[in-house]
Ligand binder design. Structure first.
Ligand SMILES: Cc1ncc(COP(=O)(O)O)c(C=O)c1O
Length: 406
């Protein structure tokens, strides 16, 4: 535990102000804490010596602990770090091979590797749009797109979630020289899928860029997990397809894929690519193996679909409102922060770990449990979750009827 300024006996106004604001987070039920993972066995994580069944991870295909990825990384490892940024001397043959494979995997001319998805968005959007330009962003986009749009210094227009008509009106009214639409492909806290066919048609008609963040679609959607554009069977030269490699791909990193000219521009101008140390080459070797497995092992996606159906059927008719989602993300909207935190704590007491997601990650009043499924779960795991939620439902109902006035 770190000492608070008061405990440390300091009278530092900067620290006092932070301590006051931390207290405010506590009072609003918004203070977040970490749990330290001591060990993992598939979807079971050991926390404080106790094994919990986890529905927290974005490791949708269950690849992060796959020994084949670890072997691929260690077989080739000549160095722990890349040693420099890519444009100096940090671009290794492992990176080059992975970029070639990523482009092939998603059906693009070329791809460029970033160290994280957050950095990819922060690099891509400001490289394509700047002061005087216009960025159009879905209301439920991930924080990294929100930040990227702000960083670009373009005028930012937020359109209602998945509302292509509203977006079309905004694009038509805009006189900006460069227009850029940015959207999550699969929305991270809802599991909804962007109307990609319509977005592409609109962006082509309006000569706008479309930056598609496929963090939660890559590996999960499309034939052989090739991502959301493959799921819809669409291509466009206006499209910059961003995918992350720390979720279904099980490792870390991200990429932008698209037309060769677009990617060359990003290589020149995306500041989060240019001004940072390239990722460790052995991660690229692990990812190369991961892409092979993603394409080869369709059973992982089939299992995800089966588990989602099982969860939906198991909670049908209960008090729990599962958002309609065909993806691995199956959120249960609870409402208040307190209710979400209480439910998550009750599940933890039963050995099940599901994260409570609160504002600012989701809109106020829509705090939720974000259940994420993985191909590493089996039907028994999902049944455990359903049984625990059903038991809690009965307990809450009987507590409420006991406290009701006669
Ligand atoms: C939609 C979306 N984009 C980008 C990111 C950031 O990716 P990374 O974790 O690789 O930084 C996330 C991660 O949570 C995400 O959900």
């Amino acid at each position: 535990m770190h000492a608070t300024p008061a405990e440390a006996g300091s009278a530092n106004p900067l620290l006092d102000e932070l301590a006051r604001r931390l207290d405010e987070l506590d009072h609003a039920g918004l203070r977040r804490t970490r749990r330290t993972v001591e060990a993992a066995e598939g979807v079971r994580l050991r926390i404080d010596g106790r094994w919990l069944l986890s529905f927290c991870s974005n490791d949708y295909l269950g690849l992060s602990g796959d020994p084949r990825l670890l072997q691929a990384a260690s077989r080739s490892a000549q160095t722990a770090g890349a040693g420099a940024s890519a444009l100096i001397s940090g671009h290794w043959s492992a990176h080059e091979r992975l970029e070639t494979e990523l482009a092939r995997f998603v059906g693009a001319q070329r791809a460029l590797l970033f160290s994280t998805g957050y950095m990819a968005n922060l690099g891509i959007v400001p490289a394509l749009a700047g002061r005087g330009d216009a960025v159009f962003s879905d209301a439920l986009n991930h924080a990294s797109i929100v930040d990227a749009a702000r960083l670009s210094r373009a005028d930012v227009h937020v359109y209602p979630h998945r509302d292509v008509r509203a977006l079309a009106r905004m694009l038509e009214q805009s006189t900006a020289r460069v227009k850029l639409v940015a959207s999550d492909a699969v929305f991270s806290m809802d599991g909804t899928i962007a109307p990609l066919r319509e977005l592409i048609a609109l962006c082509e008609a309006q000569r706008a860029w479309l930056v598609l963040d496929d963090a939660h679609g890559l590996g999960v959607l499309g034939p052989q997990g090739r991502g959301t554009p493959a799921h819809f069977g669409v291509h466009s030269r206006n499209l910059v397809h961003m995918g992350t490699l720390g979720k279904a791909a099980g490792v870390a990193g991200a990429f932008a894929a698209g037309d060769a000219c677009t990617i060359e521009w990003l290589l020149q101008r995306a500041r989060t690519y240019v001004f940072t140390t390239a990722s460790p080459p052995m991660l690229s070797d692990a990812l190369h193996e991961s892409l092979r497995i993603i394409a080869a092992e369709d059973w992982r996606r089939a299992r995800l679909r089966e588990l989602a159906r099982q969860l939906q059927a198991g909670l049908a008719g209960s008090r729990y409102r599962l958002l309609a989602s065909d993806t691995a993300i199956q959120p249960i909207v609870v409402g208040t922060n307190e209710a979400a935190v209480t439910l998550a704590a009750a599940l933890i007491a039963r050995g099940i770990w599901v994260p409570a997601i609160r504002p600012p990650t989701v809109p106020a009043g829509t705090a939720r449990l974000r259940v994420s499924l993985s191909a590493a779960h089996d039907a028994g795991d999902v049944q455990c979750l359903v049984d625990a939620l059903r038991t809690l439902e009965r307990e809450i109902d009987s507590a409420q009827s006991n406290t009701r006035p006669e």
